[in-house]
Design a protein around this ligand. Structure first.
Ligand SMILES: NC(=O)C1=CN([C@@H]2O[C@H](COP(=O)(O)OP(=O)(O)OC[C@H]3O[C@@H](n4cnc5c(N)ncnc54)[C@H](OP(=O)(O)O)[C@@H]3O)[C@@H](O)[C@H]2O)C=CC1
Length: 259
């Protein structure tokens, strides 16, 4: 199948991720594509349409489908039936399903269409075109769209897709871990703003180190660790085998539910 640049994109569900997708599409002053938004999430939709000339808010979800070549479904999983049931989606449209935990079979039953359906996991950093988006199945137009938003990682089957989906479930734990570090420092008498500033700086450095892809993650850990030093001590006394096994177990359980 030949890749084409999708010029008319619809988004049903204009919340956190819907907004991030629109910002990403216009990042860097791009003037295209045209974007058609569903009416719900009215405040965000109005903000986006006043900010970008190419963004229009539609009167109904059906109008979003009718005016678009590709439709991104970004409502919460529990809202999908209310948002989508009864929509007419012609077979020449491309549907991109960004809902976590909703398989393509499930979505196809709800939409009753033979149009190509692609699952995708865009992250909020698509807004700066910095998210590598996992897709399944690979479709040239969807892959080109996400390549433009920071990168695309098409995977071979839905089982592999679910593994990546489980990984994204660890993000807020990471923030909570950083918040726990600052709470601990505050409990020791450090001013909260000093603890907050310091922890942010510490882990912004980690973020920068991660962009060096010539070093493996194990190598990065080793490079930051002095033998018998403080880092080794916390890693081996806190992130020890039982703790690591508990993380594996939590991911296993999440993966089972995603399947
Ligand atoms: N947030 C993220 O980082 C990511 C989220 N996702 C997935 O994207 C989906 C949306 O998540 P998120 O953006 O965080 O959720 P939000 O709650 O921020 O946004 C969901 C939006 O859907 C709207 N909505 C609800 N019902 C309808 C309807 N019938 N028709 C049209 N729009 C409707 C809501 O409108 P209203 O405000 O009026 O209720 C709201 O604006 C989820 O399925 C999630 O799994 C995927 C990847 C990343």
């Amino acid at each position: 199948m030949e890749e084409r640049t999708v010029e008319r994109i619809g988004i049903i569900g204009v919340g956190e991720i819907g907004r991030a997708l629109v910002l990403g599409l216009y990042h860097g002053g791009d003037e295209s594509p045209q974007v058609f938004l569903s009416p719900r999430g009215a405040r965000t939709a109005a903000e986006l349409s006043s900010r970008y000339e190419g963004v229009q808010v539609c009167a109904t979800n059906q109008e979003v489908v009718d005016r678009s070549e590709a439709v991104l479904i970004a409502v919460r999983r529990q809202d999908r039936h209310e948002a989508l049931r009864g929509l007419r989606v012609d077979d020449d449209k491309l549907v991109v399903n960004v809902m976590a935990g909703v398989a393509n079979d499930d979505l196809r039953r709800t939409l009753g269409t033979d149009a190509p359906l692609v699952r995708a996991i865009p992250l909020p950093s698509v807004r700066e075109r910095r998210s590598v988006t996992v897709t399944f199945p690979s479709h040239p137009d969807a892959d080109a769209l996400f390549a433009r938003l920071g990168g695309v990682l098409p995977v071979a089957d839905e089982a592999a897709f679910n593994v990546f989906s489980a990984l994204t479930g660890t993000l807020t734990t990471h923030y909570a871990y950083l918040a726990t570090l600052t709470s601990w420092a505050t409990a020791q008498g450090t001013a909260p703003e000093d603890a907050d500033r310091y922890v942010r700086g510490l882990f912004q450095g980690v973020g920068r180190a991660l962009s060096d892809e010539t070093r493996s993650l194990h190598q990065l850990a080793a490079d930051h660790e002095t033998p018998n030093g403080n880092n080794e001590r916390i890693r081996t006394t806190w992130f020890d085998s039982p703790n690591s096994a508990a993380l594996h177990k939590a991911l296993d359980n999440l993966l089972t539910d995603l399947q």
